[in-house]
Design a protein around this ligand. Structure first.
Ligand code: MN
Length: 232
């Protein structure tokens, strides 16, 4: 096989305590999956989950104990942080039942669904796709994966984001509107899940803007923290 030019490199994530890496297929994201965040965005009540995607090469992979950097993206005056639990799929499938969903999970990571909120709001107003607000380059900083088998009690974990040491978002994974198995079940009815898929499961309340020079630290109990600065 020969190509007209070099193909893009495969995106992969480190796995804690493993020599091999997790090769990424797709990056799915769940919208409005914590009640208090849905409220702050102007919505109430439980609605069916909805999804959007980011390209795999939008991931900014930050190894444990390092501080990553992302550039401040173009076209926006309102870059928002959204800290999220990321589910890494190890076994694919479609129409996965809720009671079997966790057997498809390889592990978990801490991620940030960075959002050009002003562009997203404009697209919402016009009824157009969110891509420009959500799926831009460097829009998905992420830390290493911890295997599910090495992680007890993710559903009871706390989720927190600090900006320059000040807490902005703080909640619990058990406040997800659609929990992890339900999210996998819903998603696998719309797409065939594949090994290597990532699912950003939604953000709790407290989203807000960051500016060049800010440093974000994202924590989920049991996972390595994710530290990343916005390039000045
Ligand atoms: Mn999000």
């Amino acid at each position: 096989m020969s190509y007209a030019f070099d193909p893009s490199p495969l995106v992969s994530l480190p796995i804690t305590n493993q020599a091999h890496r997790f090769p990424v297929h797709r990056v799915y994201c769940v919208g409005r999956n914590y009640a208090e965040h849905a409220k702050e965005m102007g919505f109430t009540g439980r609605e069916p989950p909805f999804f959007f995607l980011k390209p795999a090469d939008a991931l900014v992979v930050v190894p444990t104990d390092q501080t990553g950097t992302m550039p401040y993206p173009p076209l926006t005056q309102d870059l928002h942080h959204e800290v999220e639990l990321v589910v890494a799929i190890g076994q694919g499938g479609r129409d996965i039942p809720v009671d079997q969903a966790l057997s498809h999970v390889y592990g978990y990571a801490v991620g940030l669904d960075m959002t050009r909120r002003d562009l997203q709001a404009e697209m919402k107003k016009q009824g157009r796709p969110w891509c420009i607000g959500k799926a831009f380059d460097h829009s998905a900083p992420i830390g290493p994966i911890v295997q599910a088998s090495q992680l007890a009690g993710i559903t009871q974990a706390e989720i927190k984001l600090e900006v320059n040491g000040i807490t902005r978002q703080h909640s619990q994974i058990n406040k997800l509107i659609w929990n992890i198995p339900e999210t996998i079940a819903h998603l696998s009815r719309a797409w065939t899940l594949m090994p290597g898929d990532l699912i950003f499961t939604g953000t709790p309340e407290g989203v807000g803007a960051v500016v060049p020079g800010d440093e974000m630290t994202a924590h989920i109990t049991g996972l390595p923290s994710l530290r990343i600065a916005i390039a000045a």
